[in-house]
Design a protein around this ligand. Structure first.
Ligand code: ATP
Ligand code: MG
Length: 564
């Protein structure tokens, strides 16, 4: 359990629920639902809704359903259903019941008939453009459709024939008869059913050629399932009068309470499924689980743990105010978790060969090293030390650029992490003047002990050349170089893809890992000391090398190690 999970969160929705429980309003228990449309993978915004809905159910001994809102079959797919289920489970939640809105198609149809019989719905024949025209504007009342006053019998007959497939797409529409002059546009005779021929629904096949609208389906599905609190994002606040109108006018006992909260927006990324789909389909990312994507699948592949995503969702809280959360908020939740739980390893990203000339040829020492500096219970591992090692080329400069440079310089000393102090004796260069090797000496008395009579401040990481595991390392940065790609694209009338960060992925093909990582399991996340947190990718390179993804950088990569 993460830090915030141990204390029950407090927010306005939980206050409402607690008051309802105290007033015994919903007699039995709290029932919530998470209702994704299976038209894409879940993203971190969905995680906020998941943590809220499942969290509330858990904390008040209630239950939470998973319901696929599948009324738009042409955009939906079985692949997305499977991915959504896997992601919710991976996040650590179990639904009480799994439903599809399409399970209720017959019931929904019957409720539509009931509305027609009550004179509260009619079959319209205006085309899409006319409907827009008749709807009016925020400043101007709409006007009634000439088909609005059809008799109940005629409406029943036409609706039956819509279902029977007698009309083409767009030829007829079932609408609620509410108020074309309502200040709330959603109440101006909203559409309830549209005709859609030629789609094969992933659940109901070709059984239906009319499909209920989301606004009609949602309240009724909630009521059928006995949902007590229907939690949704703010843009549905204006739909709430319709939600309530429908439940007041169909014969159903349950009337869930819709409560809205603000959606999560995250800087330097986009969150709409339509845009994420575009990134995938245009090949601008590797797929839905590209580690740069804000999807749950992408974050999992990147090495974010479920606990840290839940923790982030709790830290941002639930409110009604719209804002854009800084990426740093997410990254600090990830870091806090990994700092505590990730084992430490050494890996060299930009290798520079070192030969320790006074170290005996052929000798190998197996050093016993803690897996975590603060957590002895995480055990130890062996690291081989030998005459030839790799260090990072950034850890050596012939001349120190300033006093802060605590790494290795020509003629200077540095400690190899977990091992000896070495001294740079000779720099070997190629014809172009690039450093290709460094000859060093080591002080045999410095293993686990301070050198005699002098201070060596710098500590650098290394791996034994002979034992190193070659690997590819992928360094990820923000997917966009603009904090609000959507807003900026709208403002400047440009494509949001114009603001993709060209350096969001840097691939280092010649890296070396310490041998303990040779049989790391897929998805294992560790800290490469002084470099950051890294996660083993499920894939390997075409020549069979393991791939490691950088999950997140270290907060203050330098300061910490050099202090201790
Ligand atoms: P998108 O615009 O990304 O397609 P959506 O709201 O249409 O999002 P759904 O699959 O309908 O996606 O969402 C399922 C649930 O998750 C809904 O209850 C929705 O309100 C919630 N949700 C979606 N995006 C966010 C977000 N960014 N923050 C919080 N909740 C969200
Ligand atoms: Mg939606």
């Amino acid at each position: 359990m993460s830090q915030a999970e141990e204390n029950k969160p407090s927010n306005f929705i939980r206050h409402i629920i607690e008051a309802d429980i105290a007033a015994n309003k919903n007699a039995a228990k709290v029932v919530t639902r998470f209702p994704p449309e299976p038209n894409g993978y879940l993203h971190i915004g969905h995680a906020k809704s998941i943590v809220l809905n499942f969290g509330v159910a858990q904390d008040y001994q209630g239950s939470c359903n998973l319901r696929f809102d599948d009324t738009n079959p042409h955009k939906e797919d079985e692949e997305f259903i499977d991915a959504i289920k896997a992601d919710v489970e991976w996040l650590g939640f179990n639904w009480s019941e799994q439903h599809f809105a399409s399970d209720y198609f017959q019931k929904l149809y019957d409720f539509a008939v009931e509305l027609i019989e009550k004179g509260l719905a009619y079959v319209d024949e205006l085309n899409a453009e006319q409907i827009r025209e008749y709807r009016g504007t925020l400043k101007q009342a709409g006007k009634n459709s000439p088909y609005r006053d059809r008799s109940v019998e005629e409406n029943l007959d036409l609706f039956k024939r819509m279902r029977a497939g007698e009309f083409a797409d767009g030829e007829k529409l079932l609408r609620a008869k509410i108020d074309m002059a309502s200040p709330n546009m959603n109440m101006r005779d909203p559409a309830l059913y549209r005709i859609r021929h030629g789609v094969v629904h992933h659940q109901t096949g070709t059984e239906w050629c009319i499909y209920p609208m989301y606004d009609f389906t949602h309240p009724i599905s909630d009521a059928i399932e006995g949902i007590t609190h229907s939690l949704c994002t703010l843009e549905f606040a204006d739909h709430r009068p319709l939600y309530d109108w429908l439940l007041d006018n169909v014969s159903i006992d349950c009337h869930p309470q819709q409560i809205e909260f603000s959606r999560l927006n995250l800087q330097y990324t986009v969150m709409s499924k339509r845009k994420l789909t575009q990134l995938v389909e245009e090949g601008l990312v590797e797929g839905w689980d590209d580690p740069r994507m804000p999807t749950i699948a992408g974050m999992r592949r990147r090495g974010y743990s479920a606990a840290s995503i839940r923790e982030f969702c709790l830290r941002i809280g639930i409110s009604k105010s719209e804002n854009s959360v800084e990426m740093g908020m997410l990254e600090s939740a990830i870091r806090d978790d990994l700092n505590e739980h990730a084992e430490r390893r050494m890996a060299v990203l930009h290798p520079l060969k070192i030969v320790i000339e006074n170290y005996p040829q052929g000798q190998i020492e197996e050093l016993d090293v803690d897996n975590h500096p603060q957590q002895p219970e995480m055990g130890k591992r062996k690291i081989p030390f030998a005459r030839e090692i790799y260090i990072d080329e950034e850890d050596f400069l012939e001349v120190a650029p300033n006093k802060k440079f605590k790494r290795l310089v020509a003629g200077g000393e540095v400690r190899l992490r977990n091992a000896y102090v070495i001294k740079a004796e000779e720099v070997i260069k190629n014809e172009q003047g690039d450093i290709i090797e460094l000859r060093c000496s080591y002080d045999a008395a410095t293993l686990g002990a301070n050198p005699e009579g002098r201070k060596v401040k710098g500590v650098i990481h290394w791996v034994s050349a002979e034992h190193a595991v070659p690997a590819e390392i992928r360094l990820y940065d923000r997917l966009f170089s603009e904090p609000s790609p959507d807003a900026r694209a709208n403002k400047e009338d440009r494509a949001f893809t114009d603001f993709l960060n060209p350096d969001s992925l840097r691939t280092l093909t010649h890296c070396y890992l310490e041998p303990a990582l040779a049989d790391a399991e897929k998805a294992m996340t560790v800290q490469f000391e002084r470099e950051g947190y890294f996660c083993k990718d499920p894939a390997t390179t075409s020549d069979g090398k393991p791939i490691w993804n950088r999950t997140v950088t270290l907060r203050d990569s330098w300061a910490k190690l050099e202090k201790g």
